[in-house]
Design a protein around this ligand. Structure first.
Ligand SMILES: [Zn+2]
Length: 401
């Protein structure tokens, strides 16, 4: 049997009594059907109500095709007469957002002939999708108009009308259902067929604030917040701005320019650091190469260079092996260390093979070509790695068999 929808006539009803007429399941969970209910099931872009039924928690409310309303509960309530209680904080929030949507959609329609294609009431914000693209100035005009209607505190009436009367009424949107329709009438501003829950006067919406607009499917998607959500959103913005203003010591309106200045400064500094690093790398490479020691047929530079990253080690190694006969084995320190192995073009040593041997002995990973190889994650202390490097370079290249 059809469930009588108490919220159709009285959306402010928070507690009610009803008879359990059916115990069933929905997607594997316990569900009950009542002869009448104040619980709103998900439909028309508005989410379901939460609350309790004879002490059991209502966790979902679903409308079936044949007009029954399933209350999905965490445990089965006793059969017979039960009392229901709506989570009013959640429901009133939905009523503010939903009524705000009617007013905002009507403002877009009346001022800008921008039709609302769809509406979604989300957990944090709501969206309406408009049939055409709008400029920021147009959005602001509709926002102003919608809030004027809110602040005039106009009545929002619930009316029912049959097919004959419907044909003569100026509905904002062509109704999709037939038969008797439930109409929501925002006095002298909007008349729409809707089965949702709405506040009784526009003043209870509080405020309608557009949070964002984006292009969507050839039209605009408008994200908005009403009433309590607008206040929550304002607080979040206020805290974020206050933190930024403190950090940058500027006025809120100066934030974008201040951030752009800081980014430009950071880019300039990065460039300067790169120039200095390259000069420093050349000097470091020359000093190291001057102190190279004999290791078999090569001049070896084996050194730990704290403070240099992999890129820096590579720059220094490349400069060292510009000198004929030189091999460079450089590690950053401490572990896990980066490592670069390089050898001058005139040597037969294989830097890639050397690196693989060092990695096998001291952990980490890496690879490369015969002239230059690099790796990372070396776990042994630098002196051990460098000692191994000295022994391997002294032995290599191994005589051909
Ligand atoms: Zn509605």
């Amino acid at each position: 049997m059809m469930t009588e929808r108490l919220y159709y006539h009285d959306p402010y009803l928070q507690a009610f009594d009803a008879d359990v007429v059916e115990a069933t399941t929905h997607e594997g969970k316990t569900a009950v059907v009542l002869d009448r209910t104040a619980f709103y099931p998900t439909s028309g872009g508005q989410p379901f109500d939460l609350g309790t039924l004879a002490g059991a928690r209502v966790i979902d409310v679903v409308e079936t095709d044949d007009g029954r309303i399933l209350h999905v509960v965490d445990r089965a309530p006793a059969a017979g007469r039960v009392s229901g209680q709506i989570d009013w904080t959640r429901r009133f929030d939905h009523m503010q957002q939903h009524t705000g949507q009617h007013v905002l959609s009507a403002a877009f329609d009346r001022l800008l002939s921008a039709r609302t294609e769809s509406f979604h009431l989300g957990a944090d914000y709501s969206t309406i999708d408009l049939a055409r693209e709008l400029s920021a100035a147009e959005i602001a005009r509709a926002e102003d108009e919608a809030n004027r209607i809110v602040w005039e505190d106009r009545p929002v009436a619930i009316r029912f009308a049959g097919p004959d009367e419907i044909a003569s009424l100026p509905l904002r949107k062509e109704p999709t259902r037939e038969g008797t329709l439930r109409l929501i009438d925002v006095q002298d501003f909007d008349l729409s067929a809707c089965g949702g829950t709405h506040v009784a006067r526009t003043g209870a919406i509080g405020i309608i604030a557009v949070a964002a607009t984006e292009r969507f499917r050839g039209g605009s998607r408008v994200t908005f917040l009403c009433g309590g959500r607008a206040l929550t959103g304002y607080r979040a913005l206020r805290d974020a701005v206050a933190g930024s203003v403190r950090a940058l010591s500027v006025l809120p309106a100066e934030l974008p320019a201040a951030i752009e200045r800081q980014q430009a400064d950071a880019r300039e500094l990065r460039k300067q650091i790169k120039d200095f690093q390259s000069k420093l790398a050349s000097q470091e490479a020359d000093a190291l190469a001057d102190a190279a020691t004999d290791a078999g047929s090569a001049k070896l530079v084996a050194a730990a260079l704290p403070g240099w990253d992999a890129a820096g080690l590579k720059t220094i190694a490349s400069r060292i092996i510009e000198r004929p006969g030189h091999v460079a084995v450089l590690v950053s320190a401490p572990p896990p260390a980066a490592i670069v192995v390089a050898r001058a073009a005139d040597l037969p040593h294989d830097a890639g093979a050397l690196l693989r041997q060092l990695v096998a002995l001291h952990g980490g990973k890496g690879g490369g070509r015969a002239e230059l190889a690099q790796g990372g994650g070396i776990t042994s202390p630098a002196p051990d790695v460098l000692q191994s490097a000295r022994e391997l370079v002294t032995q290599s290249p191994k005589p051909k068999v």
